[in-house]
Design a protein around this ligand. Structure first.
Ligand code: EPZ
Length: 426
């Protein structure tokens, strides 16, 4: 299997253009099948999850045309058939086909990958929403058969009292997909407010859906009978943007990160400023110069607009370079500290306190110089954290299991090389 080789310690300078948001496009592409005509999605990132999505669409006999970052999809010849385990379990977000196929055909048979290495990641809130709309859900192992004579709009409250997360991004989007053609009005209470939800709602409204309130905790959807052609652009990936902002704060001489929406990274930007990082913000860019005397800060991951869990592991790598003790609290996933072992192998001093499933804590004793060594990408963002650590470490870092990283970072090797990083894939 390939590995990433990094020669660390090289100051970075130049411009990085952020690609489309992985967590948005994995919902936009299933949403596209709701249209009875051709739809176009622009600013699609070059990540392996897109290949898996295209495979599902082609399996369903939809017409897919990809031209660099533009994807055209026409579902008029689509057939509804069981999505086999081999295809559906290649990545988690295939679950958006549940809402889309249920909405279009009132029937969907799909396998769901279930947990992954950052947590159990159940979909009980998605299923609760489908049932509330009138669907019957049969679970046989990890196969779901969801049918409905008709879908009738209703009020659905997303509720996870026993979890750290107070709402669910996936459930909000999946219920929206299932409700756009239901009879009558659906109200989603306690909806998630992440930016990708607005991106998907805009795409559906461009098709003729009637959705208001996306981005707030109450979304209202008036069912329609037909959805037509649509165009939409994938919003910039705020996690990719945040990853490069953190890297630039550590070793950037002068790095411009463009094609961003600063508001989407507000929690991170505030933390970087608190640490003493020099950030100049424009309408769609950030210019960052590294800070050699970083102050420690405390982080608690929360749903949007709080500090996003997807940047927790990368921020942890940064906090190893702060002068003092930082505390990181992870409240969204029960197993998102697997990268800590490898950061400590490189010389950091991070202590894990797992006091309950949804609230693990890290105590990061900085500043610790890092030395390159053999490490693993434990998961997508854990992988990004060891890339950042390798780029600031002395010597050579070799990363294996890099398929995790390539799933979610658009042209990462090219982008880093273009600003002076010594990084290759072998
Ligand atoms: C999305 O996952 C993202 N993935 C995740 O990004 C991100 O971390 C997460 O939102 C939170 O922002 C995609 O969009 C493909 P949730 P999702 O439903 O929708 C629990 C990355 O690194 N939960 O908001 O699955 C769940 O187990 C990935 O890019 C239930 O208990 O997140 C988790 O602990 C990782 N029951 C928490 O809630 C449910 O029915 C948040 O899940 C649904 C979720």
């Amino acid at each position: 299997m390939n590995k990433i080789i990094i020669n660390g310690g090289h100051e970075l300078e130049g411009t990085i253009k952020i690609g489309g948001d992985k967590n948005s496009v994995v919902a936009l592409i299933p949403a596209a099948i709701l249209s009875d005509e051709e739809v176009t999605i622009a600013n699609v990132p070059e990540i392996s999850d897109i290949d898996a999505l295209e495979e599902i669409l082609e399996y369903l006999n939809a017409y897919v045309e990809r031209n660099e970052d533009i994807i055209k999809i026409n579902s008029k010849s689509i057939v509804n058939k069981e999505i086999p385990e081999s295809i559906a379990t290649k990545f988690r977000a295939s679950y958006y086909f549940m809402g889309a196929l249920l909405s279009k055909y009132k029937k969907v048979e799909i396998y769901f990958p279930g947990g992954c290495n950052i947590g159990s990641r159940p979909i009980d809130q998605h299923i609760k929403g489908f049932k509330a709309l009138g669907a019957t859900v049969i679970e046989e192992g990890n196969k779901y058969t969801i049918t409905a004579d008709k879908l009738i709009g209703t009020k659905i409250t997303i509720d996870m009292p026993d979890k750290g997360a107070t709402t669910s991004v996936g459930a909000t989007i999946n219920i929206m997909l299932a409700a756009v053609k239901a009879e009558g009005e659906t109200i989603i209470e306690n909806a998630a407010k992440e930016p990708q939800i607005v991106n998907v709602a805009t795409f559906l409204n461009n098709m003729g859906a009637k959705i208001i309130g996306a981005g707030t905790s109450t979304i209202k959807i008036k069912g329609v009978t037909k959805l037509g052609s649509s165009f939409n652009e994938v919003i910039p990936d705020r996690i990719e943007a945040g990853t490069y902002m953190i890297l630039a704060s550590l070793i950037g001489k002068n790095v411009k990160i463009e094609n961003i929406i600063p508001e989407h990274n507000e929690a991170l930007i505030n933390k970087l400023k608190e640490m003493g990082v020099n950030i100049e913000l424009g309408r769609d860019y950030a210019i960052i110069k590294k800070c050699d005397n970083l102050k420690p800060v405390n982080i608690k991951t929360l749903v949007y607009p709080g500090f996003v869990t997807d940047l927790q592991q990368i921020m942890t790598a940064m906090l190893t370079q702060a002068n003092g003790i930082s505390i990181v609290e992870e409240t969204i996933y029960e197993n998102r500290f697997q990268n800590v072992k490898y950061l400590n192998d490189m010389g950091s001093n991070i202590i894990i306190e797992d006091d309950k499933p949804y609230c693990g804590k890290l105590y990061i004793h900085g500043k610790t110089p890092l030395k390159g060594c053999e490490v693993k990408a434990t998961d997508l963002r854990g992988g990004a954290s060891v890339v950042v650590a390798g780029l600031i470490a002395e010597g050579t870092t070799t990363i294996t299991n890099i398929e995790h990283i390539l799933r979610g970072y658009d042209k990462i090797i090219q982008k880093l090389t273009s600003i002076g990083a010594k990084i290759t894939i072998e």
